[in-house]
Design a protein around this ligand. Sequence first.
Ligand code: UDP
Ligand code: MG
Length: 159
Amino acid sequence: RARPTAAVSVRAEISYIMVKPDGVQRGLVGDIISRFERKGYKLTGLKLYQTPREVAEEHYKDLSAKPFYKDLVNYILSGPVVCMVWEGKGVVATARKMIGATNPLASEPGTIRGDFAIEVGRNVIHGSDSPENGEREAGLWFKEGLVAWDQTMTPWLKE
Ligand code: UDP
Ligand code: MG
């Protein structure tokens, strides 16, 4: 009897990172991209995007029972967002640390929300909360696929 084939992951962990409409309006896109770029993660998806309602609803479907869900979806639809996928070791958890706590008043200074936000309903940025959701969200927001490329800097970043 054939054994089930083990799932082989050929690529490093990815996180779906999104500058929300307030971050775009406030001109924070460059600073935010810089932080991930300088950290050393690899960018494999990037676009400015006016979100279709179905995509916003699907993205936040786990929160659909929350009282803030309707306002949250409308917030995401209120202007263009910048969609990104960043790849590298531990990127999901590290990006969450770089982003800071959901409520910006609880986010440490030095984090993105800690530096740039006050209100939970205008907290500038999204980051995936697990590697599985990183894959799910990257697939939802980048139906056209990601860009596979080799960072020539890899030997300078990875031993
Ligand atoms: N949110 C909100 N009010 C709340 C909690 C969350 O408006 O009381 C919004 C906020 O924009 C947050 C998003 O819903 O970023 C998703 O919530 P989640 O708990 O997943 O926080 P995150 O993963 O973004 O830190
Ligand atoms: Mg979340």
